[in-house]
Design a protein around this ligand. Structure first.
Ligand SMILES: CC(C)(COP(=O)(O)OP(=O)(O)OC[C@H]1O[C@@H](n2cnc3c(N)ncnc32)[C@H](O)[C@@H]1OP(=O)(O)O)[C@@H](O)C(=O)NCCC(=O)NCCS
Length: 160
C-alpha cells in the first residue's frame, strides 16, 4: 500500500533496475525488477516518521488536507527522502546497489528540484552510504521499526 502510494504520488523520484530474459525460469521477453529506490520529498532536513506515512486521500487519490496533513510526499519539500534501497538477494554484493545509488544521485541532481538527499540507515550500512557521498548526521529521531537509525545526508551533485 505505501509503495503503491509513493509510486503514484511521485514516480519521478523512484528508480528501478530491470533485467530481461535472464535465468532458467524467465522467458526471453520477461522483465524482472532486481533493484529499486523509492523516495518522497519532505519539507524537513531529515527523514521523519511522518514522511514515511500516507496522508488521508480522497477517492481521486488527492490529499484531503494538504496544508495541515504533513504525512507522505510534499511537492514543495526540498529534501529527497529515500525510503528504500533494495537489491534482490540473488543479486546482492555485485555492486548493483552502489551503481543504482550513484545513478539516482546523478539523475536527480540534474533536475535540481531539491537541495539534498536524506535517508536513515542502521549503523552497519553507514559506510555503504558514505561511499556514495552521504554523511552521517547522528542518531535519528525516527521511531520506525524500533528506532536506532542514523540520519544521513548527501548534497546534490554540482554542475559539471
Ligand atoms: C544494502 C543493499 C541495498 C546493498 O546493495 P548491494 O548491491 O548488495 O551493494 P553493493 O554490491 O553495491 O555493495 C556491497 C557492500 O554493501 C555493504 N553491505 C551490504 N549489506 C550489508 C550488511 N548487511 N551489513 C554490512 N554491510 C553491508 C558492504 O559494504 C558490501 O561490501 P562487501 O560486499 O565488500 O562487504 C542490499 O544489500 C540490500 O538490498 N539489502 C537488504 C535491504 C536493505 O537493508 N536496504 C537498506 C535499507 S532500506
Amino acid at each position: 500500500m505505501v509503495i503503491q502510494y509513493r509510486l503514484t504520488a511521485c514516480p519521478e523520484l523512484c528508480l528501478g533496475v530491470f533485467i530481461k530474459g535472464f535465468g532458467e525460469d524467465i522467458k526471453a521477453d520477461d522483465e524482472q525488477l532486481i533493484a529499486q529506490i523509492i523516495s518522497t520529498k519532505t519539507p524537513t532536513l531529515n527523514v521523519s516518521d511522518e514522511s514515511m506515512e500516507i496522508p488521508e486521500l480522497d477517492s481521486n487519490g488527492r490529499v484531503v488536507s494538504p496544508t495541515t496533513d504533513l504525512r507522505g510526499h510534499c511537492e514543495q519539500g526540498r529534501t529527497i527522502a529515500i525510503h528504500s534501497v533494495v537489491v534482490d538477494p540473488n543479486y546482492q554484493g555485485k555492486s548493483i546497489g552502489t551503481i543504482l545509488l550513484n545513478e539516482y544521485i546523478q539523475r536527480l541532481s540534474v533536475v535540481k528540484n531539491a537541495d539534498r538527499f536524506a535517508l536513515i540507515a542502521h549503523d552497519y550500512l553507514v559506510p555503504f552510504y558514505e561511499r556514495v557521498g552521504f554523511e552521517s548526521k547522528g542518531l535519528s529521531a525516527c521511531n520506525f521499526s524500533g528506532g536506532g537509525w542514523y540520519d544521513m545526508h548527501a548534497p546534490l551533485l554540482a554542475d559539471n
